[in-house]
Design a binder for this molecule. Structure first.
Ligand SMILES: [Fe+2]
Ligand SMILES: [Fe+2]
Length: 327
């Protein structure tokens, strides 16, 4: 298969048995669309979610130092967005010439909640928790790109490398803002914030719903010979809610350490302990096959479990070639 645009492990269909039935060309076209969607998501986080809250933080900051941190934060995110925007226009000039979002559609309810929350950030610092989680996940996703760098389009790798270098300072700033705002809220307000945060995470940042489905839908339109299987694909997407491997790939505790450490003193945020998960066993090994794609080396999870009866044997029997590749 030609170079990918996003690691296959970050694309939902990869976790379904259906993926194994696709040809290399079909996988590649899905992968490209999802790679674009991933860039759109990052622009969304930086511009529509983060920036309005940061602007409000500048207005209400108790001192110049904290206001400057928010100002620098905005400048850096603007720079990042310009990289992602440029890359999207490079890959699909006609689609992205005059817009940032083609695949990502934000429901009005989410837009309203984001806008209101940003304006009242002093009382609604849950948005900063959401941002901290997003920054930690950006690092996690960036590392996933680097793990399979030899499979990916160099333009996508270059942009992720640059992004990886800047994101740790954003995590530090999110922590600063939370240290300031969270303890200032009463226990009742913190509890309300925690409930809103939990709901936002589950509704908009968990299983593929609106935009995740839209990606599959638009991809299927570009593959007329697959349109007859449309229901099959949507059933597969629905099945992800019960797919433990997929679920464990979303919020691995190992990559959300700063969020977990900061929330440890706040019992209202205990839900992180169950919402975040252990990393999937297979991700503990750094896969970097040299001459083939991730999927073509990987037998389906369920098939392996049936074959060998245990993940331990699954690891030895099926992943050994990858282990030796990376050793
Ligand atoms: Fe960024
Ligand atoms: Fe950031």
């Amino acid at each position: 298969m030609k170079q990918l645009f996003i690691p296959e492990m970050l694309t939902p269909l990869f976790y379904t048995p259906l993926y194994q039935t696709l040809s290399d060309e079909e996988r590649l076209s899905y992968n490209q669309l999802h790679g674009q969607y991933f860039l759109e998501q990052t622009i969304f986080f930086e511009q529509l979610m983060g920036k309005p809250a940061l602007r409000q933080l500048i207005r209400i900051a108790p001192d110049k130092a904290l206001a400057d941190e928010a100002r620098d934060f905005i400048d850096e995110e603007d720079t990042h967005t310009s990289w992602f925007r440029e890359l999207l226009r490079d890959v699909q000039p006609r689609v992205y010439q005059h817009r940032d979002f083609h695949l990502l559609k934000m429901p009005w309810l989410a837009k309203t909640i984001m806008a209101l929350t940003a304006r009242t950030i002093r009382w609604m610092p849950c948005l900063i928790w959401l941002q901290l989680i997003a920054e930690e996940r950006a690092l996690y996703f960036g590392r996933c790109y680097l793990r399979v760098a030899d499979q990916l389009d160099p333009r996508f790798i270059a942009v992720q490398k640059k992004h990886l270098a800047d994101e740790p300072s954003h995590i530090r700033r999110d922590e600063l803002f939370l240290h300031w705002l969270w303890p200032r809220c009463s226990a009742r307000i913190r509890k309300i914030n925690a409930s809103i945060l939990h709901w936002l995470l589950r509704e908009f940042f968990y299983f593929p719903k609106r935009s995740g489905w839209r990606v599959v839908s638009i991809w299927l339109e570009s593959q007329p010979h697959l349109l007859a299987r449309r229901n099959e694909f949507f059933a597969a997407m629905n099945s992800l809610e019960k797919n433990q491997t997929f679920i464990h790939s979303l919020y691995p505790k190992k990559h959300l350490r700063r969020t977990l450490a900061l929330s440890a003193s706040w019992p209202e945020l205990d839900f992180f302990q169950t919402f975040f998960t252990d990393e999937p066993v297979w991700m503990l090994i750094s896969p970097s096959p040299k001459n083939a794609t991730f999927a073509s080396h990987r037998p389906s999870w369920s098939r392996c479990c049936h074959c060998y009866g245990a993940h331990r044997l699954f690891m030895r029997g099926c992943w050994f070639p990858w282990v030796s590749d990376t050793a």
